[in-house]
Design a protein around this ligand. Structure first.
Ligand code: PGA
Length: 258
């Protein structure tokens, strides 16, 4: 983390877990446990049907609610999809874009770019995911792969909007596997991402961009990951489903840094 130049964000990604009633119960529990005083930014990205319950329960807190996906089109014949204006009207502040689980279902880099542009246009904070497979890491092409994903995801974003984007580095081999990247591995790629952003948008924008790590981050390993200079937070799956674990990660993100 480097709080002098950029925001720290701890974001949960619930994936396809919890019903609206369970959401309400979880948020009530979370609210009672949240640390008082100065915090990092906090987001909970939840299934679409849980958004109203989450927004209602978190109304009087600084926790932002997010969606896990969005459609880039404004409206129309897209059965089953949800638009940016629907998310904004429902009270969302954030949206996860290009998660590897969605890419595995067919989402392309062009889709990720279109969704990112649409989210920014609507005033949402896009949490844009990138990450390599184990095969790609073992073949030594992690940096090239990530550079390509970032360049394509951020194409045509204006200088005025780039600082709103959050990048999440999520190595696919670390997601839901319990195999966290070491702090050094995660830092190396987050630093590389900042370098790519520097080339595209200049050093001030790169320095101000929040880049988070995701992939089996939990209450036990968050502190060390967050101590790295280019890791500005976390995108947390499994551990965000348990209030005590999620709060512990928030507390770790609020620790003083050197
Ligand atoms: P995990 O998921 O923390 O359960 O590994 C992270 C993510 O997929 O965003």
């Amino acid at each position: 983390m480097n709080r002098k130049y950029r925001k720290t964000l701890i974001a949960g990604n619930w994936k396809m877990n919890k019903t609206p009633s369970e959401t309400k119960a979880f948020m009530t529990e979370l609210k009672a446990m949240l640390p008082k005083g100065r915090w990092c930014d906090i987001a909970l990205c939840v299934p679409s049907v849980c958004i109203p319950a989450a927004v209602r329960a978190l109304r009087d807190t600084r926790v932002g609610v997010g969606a896990e996906n969005v459609n880039a089109n404004a409206s129309g014949a897209y059965t089953g999809e949800v638009s940016t204006s629907m998310l904004v009207d429902a009270g969302c502040k954030y949206v996860i874009i290009g998660h590897s689980e969605r890419r595995a279902m067919g989402e392309t880099d062009a889709d990720v770019n279109a969704k990112t542009l649409a989210a920014l246009e609507a005033g949402l904070v896009p949490i844009v995911c990138c990450g390599e497979s184990l095969e790609q890491r073992e073949s030594g092409i992690t940096e090239e792969w990530i550079s390509m994903q970032i360049k394509l995801a951020l194409a045509n974003i204006g200088e005025d909007k780039i600082r709103k984007v959050v990048i999440a580095y999520e190595p696919i081999w670390a997601i839901g596997t319990g195999k966290t990247a070491t702090p050094e591995q995660a830092e190396e790629v987050c630093q590389h991402i900042r370098g790519v952003v520097r080339k595209l948008f200049g050093s001030k924008n790169a320095r101000a961009m929040t880049i988070v790590y995701g992939g089996s981050m939990n209450d036990k390993n968050a502190f060390e990951l967050l101590a790295q200079p280019d890791i500005d937070g976390g995108l947390i799956g499994g551990a965000s489903l348990v209030a005590e674990k999620f709060v512990k990660i928030i507390e770790d993100a609020n620790q003083p840094t050197a």
